[in-house]
Ligand binder design. Sequence first.
Ligand SMILES: C[S@@+](CC[C@H](N)C(=O)[O-])C[C@H]1O[C@@H](n2cnc3c(N)ncnc32)[C@H](O)[C@@H]1O
Length: 233
Amino acid sequence: MQACSPAAFDRLLAVAGLSPVELEIAADTRGIGIRLLQPALFFHHSFVSGPLARRARQSNQALLKACNNKTRSIDKILDLTAGWGADSLILASHGQQVTMVEQNSLLFAVLACARETLAQEPAGAGIARRMFLENVEAGEYLQGLDKAHEFDCIYLDPMFPAHKSSAKPAKEMQILQRLTDNREIESVFALALQKARRRVVVKRPAKASSLTDVRPDIVYREKTIRFDVYLTA
Ligand SMILES: C[S@@+](CC[C@H](N)C(=O)[O-])C[C@H]1O[C@@H](n2cnc3c(N)ncnc32)[C@H](O)[C@@H]1O
């Protein structure tokens, strides 16, 4: 039994069939199983159960502090690097409206299934209604925005560079690294600074330098990551 519609699952199978990376996709009532054959890696993607859903419910997260302000006036967020949608799910679960931009068609199709599954849950329907999906390159999306300053906050979480000395990333990140890559992140960041109504937020490894030589105004830290905040108003 599948939780997302046959149409959404068929679209996912179609893009998976075109992927240069060999993988197997299976749907169940909670989400999508993604099995990479070489190297052998498996990840069950779900917005309704498992690690992403559990993390989304936690309120004391640096991401939530970085993407809001004291007057709670940040309502509309543009996530330009949606990936598996974990960060967007956290933000939408805490009441913000998130437009999720992802360049990779396979990830986009997984996100579309996950949002449909979430929408079918009584507790998830309201969250799913706050999540919008766009399958487009971030720079192109920003260029095409009708009005400047349409989003209060623009969020970027580019893939982190592999670090020789650090432990292997989690399986879902290893799969992501096989499927996709960063594109034009520095120019996307420069454009984001022009377009965000109140702030741009960039996720970075805890000890990495900032994305460019523009210095963040505020930094929120967790153990292995941090969020650099650039105020634009
Ligand atoms: C590290 S992942 C983001 C993970 C995400 N924050 C999450 O919570 O699952 C980075 C994602 O950004 C996407 N990406 C990188 N450059 C992009 C661009 N220029 N336009 C759109 N998506 C981009 C990649 O395809 C990848 O899926």
